[in-house]
Design a protein around this ligand. Structure first.
Ligand SMILES: NC(=O)c1ccc[n+]([C@@H]2O[C@H](COP(=O)([O-])OP(=O)(O)OC[C@H]3O[C@@H](n4cnc5c(N)ncnc54)[C@H](OP(=O)(O)O)[C@@H]3O)[C@@H](O)[C@H]2O)c1
Length: 338
């Protein structure tokens, strides 16, 4: 253990206590270009040493490959980790730009069995609906998820990219521990409906892509020029062409704040997300994704940075100025249905 074990926060009123920053594991198998299994394994171990206990995956990440990859780490540390995985989304192998969304009972039942098998555990700690199929009433989906809790297959329930109203309807069926949605200096649409609903209902917020998929760290500027073929970020409107150029220029105030703290840009983005917890009055557990041990140290260290009111004001207007949506198809998000 280091001298700086993370503080903890509760995943919803009845959920487990976890390190206040989790680890996004998606990039270890999927979406963000070439991977290095040894470096990823070292990253997982380093995260645990830092006090990270919430590990985020999904059955869609590499069509099950990410769950399989994480299984040995989870089994070696079963009592120390909180395993979060997801169902509802699949990507046809012949067209990686397409998404199929299913929220119906037969689909959920086969998905949970497949995830349990790949993870090779008896129970999933936090099971999320990854995306919403508007043709299936959310109450029906959550009723099936609640049955999985009663059957001992999953412990706690989560929802990803749901609207405030969908969250309220879901909570009427079974307690929801966490909402996972994109939230960062550049993506704040959820503050209108989802965040107030989560606070009101005692649901924790788990911001995904809190580093703006890496863009907020300054590690790439134009996805088409800087990232490899097949990298998912090349499909996202805000990371290519004129939008990318305009958005890279928006990082200037982040750089100013970072210099004042002797910190990196990414650390300021993470400190901002953590500080929104205080502004909105709810538990916030960001899950930055990385495959590099040194970056886990850098990212967890951000939990010790406190931004001043003046710095927060400097960062406040950024999201409103971002050019381009966060997905090519926004019906894929809560904002597309609000
Ligand atoms: N519910 C959903 O729909 C949904 C959608 C997307 C993601 N997620 C989850 O959220 C997690 C995090 O989101 P994300 O991975 O999309 O985006 P993110 O955390 O905003 O950014 C990840 C990117 O930033 C880079 N990075 C991380 N730390 C860095 C640092 N200190 N300095 C420079 N670069 C750094 C990573 O590269 P390296 O890996 O090379 O370090 C990776 O390319 C995912 O892993 C996944 O589990 C959920």
């Amino acid at each position: 253990m280091t001298d700086h074990t993370l503080p903890t926060a509760r995943l919803g009123d009845g959920g487990p206590e976890v390190g206040v920053q989790g680890l996004g594991c998606m990039g270890m198998s999927f979406a963000y270009g070439p991977t290095d299994a040894d470096a990823s394994r070292a990253t997982l171990e380093r995260a645990l040493e830092q006090g990270v206990t919430l590990y985020d995956t999904a059955d869609a990440y590499g069509a099950g490959e990410n769950e399989r990859f994480l299984s040995p780490f989870f089994k070696a540390h079963r009592d120390e980790v909180v395993i979060a995985t997801k169902f509802a989304l699949s990507i046809p192998p012949d067209d990686p730009t397409k998404r199929i969304i299913r929220n119906d009972e037969p689909y959920i039942r086969q998905a949970v069995e497949a995830s349990l098998r790949r993870l090779d555990v008896d129970v999933i700690d936090l099971y999320y609906m990854h995306r919403r199929d508007p043709d299936v009433p959310i109450e029906e989906t959550v009723a099936v998820m609640a049955d999985l809790v009663r059957e001992g297959k999953v412990k706690h329930l989560g929802l990803s990219e749901v609207t405030g109203d969908e969250l309220r309807a879901a909570q009427g069926v079974h307690p929801i521990a966490a909402v996972q949605s994109e939230w960062s200096l550049f993506s704040r649409d959820i503050e209108a409906g989802v965040v107030p609903a989560a606070r009101e209902l005692g649901v924790a917020l788990v911001p995904y892509s809190p580093l703006g998929r890496g863009f907020l760290t300054g590690s790439f500027a134009d996805a088409e020029k800087d990232l490899t073929a097949g990298d998912f970020r090349r499909q996202q409107p805000r990371f290519t062409g004129d939008n990318a150029t305009a958005n890279a220029a928006l990082l200037a105030p982040v750089r100013t704040v970072a210099e004042a703290h002797g910190a990196t840009l990414g650390q300021i983005a993470l400190a901002w997300a953590q500080q929104r917890a205080r502004v909105h009055g709810l538990p916030v557990i960001p899950i930055p994704g990385t495959r590099k041990p040194a970056r886990v140290e850098e990212n967890t260290a951000a939990t010790r940075i406190v931004l001043t009111e003046e710095e927060l004001s400097l960062l406040e207007p950024l999201a409103g100025k971002v050019a381009g949506d966060r997905y090519a198809d926004m019906t894929f998000t809560s904002a597309g249905r609000e």
